[in-house]
Design a protein around this ligand. Structure first.
Ligand code: MN
Length: 231
């Protein structure tokens, strides 16, 4: 190729139990997808799911057993954790029916949708895009992806996050307002999904601030742990 500078490296996430990696294409996120989190954000409507994105290179892939590290970002005084089930897409498709959606899933992982909450509220209140609050560098830490066959039935799995050993978030994947198949179906009406896409499916209640030095330990039954320290 005749690029004017070296092309950026491919962002990838380890696949659990293998030496292989999942190359990341796009990151989609679902907003307010658990009832109790929606309430704590001040909403009670029953609208269809809505989506936002992060750049693929916001990913911080953390290998099994490791403690990852992310810097405290600039321009915020209120960095929040959002523990989330991440769906990894393995097959291209658009306008995917709910009943076909499971066939498009490569696997699942534990992820964090790190959020500059102060900027999110400021942008929200002015009707401006969320990018600076959601799509910043290092805002998408993620644990290894478990292929569907290895993940087991995650539909009723516990999802939880501790900060410095104290419980902050604890819920069940069964409490998703729009479940994984419904989310894929909705999202694929707006975008052609492609192998390498990651979907952060939303966070349960209990979001809160973290500061430099804090240790975040997230987990979803069947998908292992995600451990991140704020530098
Ligand atoms: Mn989120």
């Amino acid at each position: 190729m005749n690029h004017v500078f070296a092309a950026p490296p491919t962002v990838s996430v380890p696949v659990a139990g293998t030496e292989r990696t999942f190359p990341v294409h796009r990151i989609y996120c679902v907003g307010r997808n658990y009832v109790e989190h929606k309430k704590e954000m001040g909403f009670t409507d029953r609208d269809p799911p809505f989506f936002f994105t992060k750049p693929a290179d916001a990913v911080v892939a953390i290998s099994h057993g490791a403690v990852g590290e992310i810097p405290y970002p600039s321009a915020t005084q209120n960095l929040h954790h959002e523990i989330e089930l991440v769906v990894a897409i393995g097959t291209r498709g658009r306008n995917i029916p709910v009943e076909d959606a499971p066939g498009y899933i490569f696997g699942y992982a534990v992820g964090l949708d790190m959020t500059r909450r102060d900027l999110q509220f400021a942008m929200r209140d002015k009707g401006r895009p969320w990018d600076v609050s959601k799509g910043f560098d290092h805002s998408a830490p993620i644990a290894p992806i478990h292929p569907v066959a290895d993940a087991g039935d995650i539909a009723n799995a516990t999802i939880a996050l501790d900060v410095n050993g104290a419980a902050r978030q604890s819920s069940s994947i069964s409490k998703l307002i729009w479940n994984v198949a419904e989310t894929i179906a909705h999202l694929s009406t707006y975008f052609e999904l492609a192998p390498g896409d990651l979907i952060f499916t939303g966070t349960p209640e209990g979001v809160g601030a973290v500061v430099s030095g804090d240790l975040l330990e997230g987990r979803i039954d069947g998908l292992g742990d995600l451990r991140v320290r704020i530098a």
